[in-house]
Design a binder for this molecule. Structure first.
Ligand code: NDP
Length: 248
């Protein structure tokens, strides 16, 4: 497709489901070639097929980005398979809600490794590619939990506040290299995110809370990524907070 992102190359982490899959499709619809990164190869191939059927370009890169080497390698693979990197969307994440008291520290490690450190490693590798050409865009998917917190969100909020702090420092550093930084903070979006919650009481309570509202669709957040990345070069959309109307 020919669009505002024709000629651009994007990498989307967590492109096998939810917000990442919708974002990959939306960027491809605007003309970008898209590298699809996650662990589930079959799901990535379905997304790639949809993009290719519409006349777009996609590359499937199977990686566990919680492993620092695989995170950095995903950027290298994007450059070698698609020819460069203009837009990095750090979307992959885990939301393992539960009280601090009695929390499984394995949940904390998994969230820190993916939500924070993988994002940092991918960003570092992407900046190395973007800096020499003095252009690029890094989009980090945080959450309303990156601004506020509630009981059972302490661990998850800690990771998303970290994304906010990292992104703000990064913005100030890389704007001098003409690289833009955007943080997107969604409220409740209907995806597979809740499936992975290990604390069963919290999972049940959270699911019953969201069943009383009309959540956002993954496409609503994809549209925000497209908005931020299609602005003129002078425009640095730094933060977007998007809640469902039903969310208090
Ligand atoms: P999903 O669970 O649908 O998507 C998560 C994605 O992350 C999957 O594609 C998954 O792919 C990928 N992923 C998980 N672990 C790894 C790993 N180790 N290496 C590579 N990829 C991995 O949830 P969402 O689409 O909702 O989540 C996307 C982002 O949006 C997250 O950062 C989340 O925190 C954020 N968000 C979501 C909200 C919501 O209500 N849904 C609200 C606010 C923010 P695979 O399993 O194939 O590896």
């Amino acid at each position: 497709p020919i669009g505002k992102l024709s000629g651009k190359i994007a990498l989307v982490t967590g492109a096998s489901s939810g917000i990442g899959a919708a974002t990959a499709l939306a960027l491809a619809q605007e003309g970008a070639a898209v590298a699809l990164v996650a662990r589930r190869q079959d799901r990535l191939e379905q997304v790639a097929q949809t993009i290719q059927d519409a006349g777009g370009r996609a590359a499937v890169i199977v990686a566990d980005i919680a492993q620092p080497e695989q995170a950095r390698n995903a950027v290298a693979q994007t450059v070698s398979q698609l020819g460069g990197l203009d837009i990095l969307v750090n979307n992959a994440g885990l939301m393992l809600l539960g009280p601090v008291a009695g929390a499984d520290s394995d949940d904390w490690h998994r969230m820190m490794d993916l939500n924070v450190l993988a994002l940092m490693h991918l960003t570092q590798a992407a900046v190395e590619v973007m800096k020499p050409k003095q252009s690029g865009h890094i989009v980090n998917i945080s959450s309303v939990s990156g601004r506020g917190a509630s009981p059972t969100s302490a661990g998850y909020s800690a990771t998303k506040w970290a994304v906010g702090g990292f992104s703000e420092g990064l913005r100030q550093e890389v704007r001098l290299d003409r690289i833009r930084v955007t943080v997107i903070e969604p409220g409740v979006v209907a995806t597979e995110l809740t499936d992975h919650i290990t604390h069963q009481d919290t999972k049940t309570t959270y699911e019953s809370r969201i069943s009383t509202m009309v959540p956002l669709e993954a496409e609503d957040i994809a549209a925000a990524v497209v908005y931020a990345t299609t602005q003129p070069e002078r425009v640095n959309v730094n933060q977007l907070l998007i809640r469902p109307l039903d969310q208090g």
